[in-house]
Ligand binder design. Sequence first.
Ligand SMILES: Nc1ncnc2c1ncn2[C@@H]1O[C@H](COP(=O)(O)OP(=O)(O)OP(=O)(O)O)[C@@H](O)[C@H]1O
Length: 334
Amino acid sequence: MSPIISASGVGKTFRQLKRLSGLRGAIKSLVSRDYLDIRAVDGISFSIEPGEAVGYLGPNGAGKSTMIKMMTGILTPSAGHLSVLGRAPHANRMANAREIGVVFGQRSQLWWDLPVHDSFALNRHIYDIPEVRFDDNLAFLTRMLDMAGFVDRPVRQLSLGQRMRAEIALALLHDPKILFLDEPTIGLDVVAKDVVRKFLSEINRQRGTTIILTTHDLVDIEEICPRLIMVDDGKLLFDGALGDLRASLGSRRRLTLEFATDPGPLALTSATLARDDGAAKHYVLENEATSIIDVLNEVGRGHGLKDVKLEEPDIEEVIRTFYQNKTRLAGVGA
Ligand SMILES: Nc1ncnc2c1ncn2[C@@H]1O[C@H](COP(=O)(O)OP(=O)(O)OP(=O)(O)O)[C@@H](O)[C@H]1O
């Protein structure tokens, strides 16, 4: 199968006029213009297969939105080669738009003063969606996103959670092959986030829609995207599964052993004691290869072991460690 998106050495540099301060500076700027080059995206390469769900993650200003804007054809790359559904998106904006859906968490694509349904009907004409397909899709999306109670209400009266559900429905009415979402869960409460995440997973699984999603919320990645692309300063830092990221950092699983009564100090070679609460002892498994059987063999019988709890590090901890390691390495190299 050929990739649905491929990026090879893609870059985007924004050129900004340097403004000098004061009257002298203003006069100087009139005669000589100094520019500042901002490399928002810097030599990014990846390839995405049809049906994948990929999380695009990075700190503020890392270049996530710029990359999404290039893939949707809004911005033209300044370097490299970018192909979406077999074409250069910026040079084929109309053809590209027919086959992709876009949701920007911070910018509405619905008509503010009109009932939600009118925006849907308008998209039917813009995308020339056959009536039967439109009706089927609308019924499916209304049911899946629980929109029946608000499709007749003006957008300005909706809660953020309702509006986001309508935005996602709007982007999917024409059956796009790829759905791009830029921070789709920003500002939503826990319940609304859950609805959006479950729906996106479902649409990816059921309809095979390829999903590319930028987010600051790591739970979005955990629940929707088996694959993770991490960027910083416009550069690609990691591309792979969350599990591989965990493994590459050393998973540092946490193990709690609960005893009937405090067995006293219990140092082990297979695990590092992190906290001793008497009858409950908390260890860290530094080594990926250590199995819980190794630890239990070392503890042995006779201590009255009651319960064992093993926890994987959560995604926030994994990503934090990743960026901390990167900062440390950058510090060493400086
Ligand atoms: N139109 C523009 N003109 C000049 N600089 C820009 C423009 N758009 C983005 N930038 C700069 O490019 C860099 C990357 O911005 P981008 O919005 O892609 O980052 P981001 O990862 O989406 O950040 P955030 O998480 O804060 O939304 C930033 O330094 C930003 O200031």
